[in-house]
Design a protein around this ligand. Structure first.
Ligand code: AMP
Ligand code: MN
Ligand code: MN
Ligand code: MN
Length: 272
């Protein structure tokens, strides 16, 4: 069975619409898929959760800040009609808009004109994010690739990296749990934390009610998988796996093309 519990659509920063993402997941042999757009559940508006062999598990990827680091928490198997998840999406969308204004001001100081307006025009729906600013920077000739735009303007510690608008980690976890979902720390290796800090993040996450972590996230080495599985088992967390697919592009793993979870961990889907 292939469980791909992390993916994006056009309702956040992915390139496929929800029906196209589902078709591609079926093509790639995925058995259980979660669409986890950034801070929104809009992808679930017009789709069914069962497509022959493929089952869709409702999900979301919530943004927050831990210490000085921007981190992401997946809410898996959430009740899409719960007040908790509806308010979470609303509050986080407002935070995104505020943050986008602030990013615009900060880029202005770096000599980038009308970035907020430019990024807004490129975004649709409730998600406005750094990829829209990066795309705008490319369009006006300030950068020549997404990577370059992130490196110079939008990445960690750069002008466009504004974190302080999100709801706090305990609130994020409470929303997920109140929506009867499972709170899973997304892509623990992506934050580039020292082992001491990653340990502390996981301890804080567990203390706040966090229940799982992604042991397999996108392309990773077997060494990384073993390492994350060991950490997951040690912290008595549930283990999740997902491609974090955004688009067919070498930066992202393909839907379903992820290694299975090692035997020494308890899969998060045992709780669904
Ligand atoms: P935001 O949700 O607004 O903080 O934007 C973060 C998103 O930007 C991530 O979810 C990635 O999809 C995307 N991203 C981050 N770094 C890069 C990069 N170097 N190139 C392309 N996309 C990136
Ligand atoms: Mn993204
Ligand atoms: Mn993420
Ligand atoms: Mn993601």
């Amino acid at each position: 069975m292939i469980f791909d519990l992390h993916s994006h659509t056009t309702l956040s920063d992915g390139v496929l619409t929800p029906p196209d993402l589902i078709s591609r997941a079926i093509e790639k042999g995925v058995d259980v898929l979660s669409i986890t757009d950034h801070d929104t559940i809009d992808a679930y508006r017009d789709i069914s959760l069962v497509h022959g062999h493929l089952k869709v598990v409702p999900g979301i990827e919530l943004s927050t800040q831990w210490e000085t680091t921007g981190i992401h928490v997946l809410g898996l198997n959430i009740d899409l009609n719960s007040d908790a998840i509806i308010s979470a999406a609303e509050i986080q969308s407002d935070a995104r808009l505020e943050r986008a204004r602030r990013i615009g001001e900060r880029l202005e100081k770096k000599g980038v004109k009308d970035a907020f307006e430019g990024a807004s025009q490129l975004s649709s729906g409730s998600y406005i994010g750094r990829p829209h600013f990066a795309r705008y920077l490319i369009n006006i000739g300030k950068s020549n690739s997404m990577n370059a735009a992130f490196k110079k303007y939008m990445g960690d510690g750069k002008a466009g990296d504004v974190k302080q608008h999100w709801a706090e980690l305990p609130q994020i976890i409470r929303w997920i749990r109140d929506a009867n979902g499972v709170a899973v720390l997304a892509h623990p290796l992506k934050y580039k934390l020292t082992r001491t800090r990653l340990n502390r993040l996981l301890d804080n996450f567990i203390e706040a009610g966090g229940q799982g972590m992604e042991v397999v996230s996108g392309w990773q080495t077997s060494q990384q998988t073993r390492d994350m599985a060991q950490l997951c088992a040690q912290k008595k967390l549930l283990a999740s796996s997902g491609s974090d697919f955004h688009m067919p592009d070498k930066r992202w793993a393909e839907l379903g093309m992820i290694t299975p979870l090692p035997e020494n961990v308890t899969p998060v889907w045992e709780r669904f």
